[in-house]
Design a protein around this ligand. Structure first.
Ligand SMILES: CC(C)(COP(=O)(O)OP(=O)(O)OC[C@H]1O[C@@H](n2cnc3c(N)ncnc32)[C@H](O)[C@@H]1OP(=O)(O)O)[C@@H](O)C(=O)NCCC(=O)NCCS
Length: 263
């Protein structure tokens, strides 16, 4: 789908899907509407009977995402993935779609890592029963200590303090303090229309189980609600599930990320 018209049509379709469209929507919204089909953004629509849009695939640089609520769109999407694969390092979307693509083209996904994440949506934010550490909005000068906290978690590690600073500039982040020092962080990680993903939740190992992560997640959610946004959150480790479910997050399905190793 080319031009701003294609971008707008794909964006409307993806938005109508709710959380299953979030990965695609976040990619679409991170790219300017003038660029579909040109340069680094590719937007593909699968048309069914009567030209009705049944699925969308988005590629922004090496990242791709798909959404297709009806199985009739899965075979053409599988064809798109096969064609796009040389330029794709990562593909994400709702589990039923990603699983169908892998079943249709096993050879294509043979070397791809697979990450399954529980997808949750915040219902009514529940107050915490315990007293929590104080929380405030993160400042740019928190970047070194936050870089250090993320540095202790292999899959959250950031290249350098400048990258941390760039993340703080791009999206709201919240820190909990114990002893006057930030010990836990949560951020808005991605946005799409009225949806925001809260994530990158981490607590320094010396201060865990004191409610610091709970406090920062609450703050990130309150900020989202004040901005009239619905909150999505994904987690991979089932041990962390109770933290989120206690706050009112409800499980809505699974998201899958497939990642190909660099050649
Ligand atoms: C997960 C993490 C953020 C929790 O931080 P925290 O400040 O200790 O969390 P809280 O004190 O607010 O804990 C709230 C609840 O989460 C659950 N929880 C947190 N850590 C847990 C653990 N290691 N094992 C089991 N349950 C855990 C418990 O239900 C806990 O409540 P409880 O202490 O009353 O039993 C922290 O362990 C961490 O940084 N882990 C590595 C990064 C990570 O997994 N981030 C989450 C990505 S989705």
């Amino acid at each position: 789908m080319r031009g701003a018209g294609g971008w707008a049509r794909a964006t409307d379709f993806v938005a109508a899907q709710g959380w299953p469209g979030f990965d695609s929507g976040a990619l679409l919204e991170s790219a300017p509407p003038s660029s579909p089909g040109s340069g680094d953004l590719e937007v593909v629509g699968c048309l069914g009977d009567g030209g009705v849009l049944g699925g969308v695939a988005v590629r922004s640089g090496p990242r791709g995402a798909v959404v297709a609520p009806l199985p009739e769109a899965w075979p053409p999407l599988a064809g798109w993935v096969a064609a796009a694969r040389p330029g794709l390092a990562l593909l994400s979307g709702p589990a039923p779609v990603l699983d169908a693509l892998a079943a249709a083209r096993p050879a294509l996904f043979e070397r791809a890592g697979e990450f399954r994440l529980w997808m949750t949506v915040l219902g009514t934010l529940q107050p915490s029963a315990s007293t929590l550490p104080p929380v405030r909005r993160a400042r740019l000068r928190d970047a070194p200590v936050l870089h250090q906290i993320y540095g202790g978690i292999p899959w959250m590690r950031l290249a350098d303090v400048a990258t941390m600073r760039a993340r703080l500039r791009a999206q709201p982040a919240f820190v909990a303090e114990i002893g006057g020092r930030p010990v836990a962080v949560a951020r808005w990680t991605r946005r799409f229309r009225h949806l925001v993903e809260v994530g990158a939740v981490a607590c320094d190992p010396d201060h865990q189980r004191q409610g610091a992560a709970t406090a920062v997640v609450i703050a990130a959610c309150q900020a989202a609600r004040r901005a009239r946004r619905q909150v999505l959150l994904r987690y991979g480790d089932p041990e962390t599930g109770p933290l989120y479910h206690r706050l009112g997050f409800q499980h809505v399905g699974q998201a899958v990320i497939r990642e190909w190793p660099a050649a």
